[in-house]
Design a protein around this ligand. Structure first.
Ligand SMILES: *Cc1c(COP(=O)(O)O)cnc(C)c1O
Length: 357
């Protein structure tokens, strides 16, 4: 006899991690930083290894105070989690349960639908528009009396598109005040449009906005697992109730603080990632692939029927990407070497086609 599991879990898709790469291949499947951690961050974390027999500060007081000061908010409005994906989960559990709806654009961050179902709530996925961007009018039209939370992933994963600051504000202003708008800014550091920082600005001006940030992408700490949110105080209090106790380690807290001390150094790396992303996008377009202009650290290629073809030619060139069967491929910016490999793979294909013609 098999043990019964919770009703409804069959509807929860398992989270798929970006494929690991064989030795020597380029792993550009998980939007990680191509750089190893900064020496100052490694040193700070190493020093704290001596005290890992102790529990961490569950309130992450030092980090929360630091972030509160930076954004001009009360420390109580700052919550931390084991990656911002855990905070997304806290936010859903804090405001939605059985019978409630949680809305997001689709395609967007893969974790949203699963997290919503795990909380027992109902996911409402509103298709992106023809430009692969949020269709905010359609999202407004999809609000019902049961809607409790709306995610706006900005820039959007996996398409890299951005909702402009003015458009985002018009949306937030039109959403009823008893619906929480969560602006997920995991990739905000790579946004070179004027809407950079729009989420925090709206958090200050509206009572029903939360902003999600992570140390995993621009700060290069994906393996340490730490992210944070700015939330309305009542929501933040509820998040602390639903969070798994001690989910954020001391090493993660220290690593995050050391990263905030090293932002000038990180800014140089971020500029490099942005330059790589633009180069990657341009070479895909030059090779005739429908790459979408991106404001994140990856490029979306909605190859549709040709997704398999693109995947295999990249794989043959030693490049491991994130594949959405029949829809497209997401390629993280990667290092110069990673992009050279993409270029060679695409050129090999072009040469083959020319030989056939
Ligand atoms: C990567 C990502 C996150 C957060 O990842 P963590 O490692 O859990 O902080 C959050 N939202 C989106 C859209 C992402 O792509």
């Amino acid at each position: 006899m098999t043990l019964p599991t919770r009703a409804g879990l069959d509807a929860v898709p398992a989270y798929r991690q970006g494929r690991s790469a064989p030795a020597g291949a380029s792993k550009v499947s998980s939007n990680e930083s191509p750089h190893p951690p900064l020496p100052s961050v490694v040193e700070a974390v190493q020093q704290r290894l001596a005290t890992i027999h102790r529990y961490p500060d569950m309130s992450a007081a030092a980090l929360r105070e630091r972030l509160a000061e930076r954004y001009g908010v009360e420390p109580a409005a700052v919550t931390v989690g084991a990656g911002s994906v855990e905070i997304a989960s806290q936010l859903i559990h804090a405001v939605a349960g059985e019978g409630d709806e949680v809305m997001f654009a689709w395609r967007s961050f893969e974790a949203y639908p699963s997290l919503v179902r795990i909380a027992g709530a109902t996911p409402v996925a509103v298709p992106l528009n023809a430009e692969h961007a949020h269709d905010l009018d359609a999202m407004l039209a999809a609000i019902t009396p049961r809607t409790r939370l709306i995610f706006v992933c900005n820039p959007n994963n996996p398409t890299g598109t951005v909702v402009g600051a003015a458009e985002l504000e018009a949306f937030v202003a039109a959403v009823p005040r008893d619906v929480l708008v969560v602006i997920d800014e995991a990739y905000v550091h790579f946004d070179r449009t004027g809407s950079h920082g729009a989420g925090v600005e709206l958090f200050h001006r509206y009572p029903h906005v939360a902003v999600l940030h992570t140390f995993s992408k621009a700060y290069g700490l994906a393996g340490l697992r730490i992210g944070y949110a700015l939330s309305p105080l009542a929501v933040a209090d509820s998040q602390r109730k639903v969070a798994v106790p001690f989910g954020v380690t001391d090493l993660a807290q220290v690593g995050a603080l050391a990263s905030l001390d090293a932002e000038d150094e990180l800014a140089v790396r971020i500029d490099e990632v942005v330059a790589h992303r633009d180069r990657l996008c341009a070479l895909l377009v030059d090779a005739g692939w429908p790459a979408v202009t991106s404001q994140a650290n990856f490029v979306w290629v909605p190859a549709g029927d040709r997704t398999d073809e693109l995947e295999s030619l990249l794989n043959e060139g030693g490049v491991i990407t994130r594949v959405f069967a029949g829809e497209g491929i997401r390629i993280s910016s990667g290092s110069m070497e990673d992009i050279d490999r993409v270029q060679s793979a695409l050129q090999a294909e072009t040469a083959l086609q020319e030989a056939r013609a």
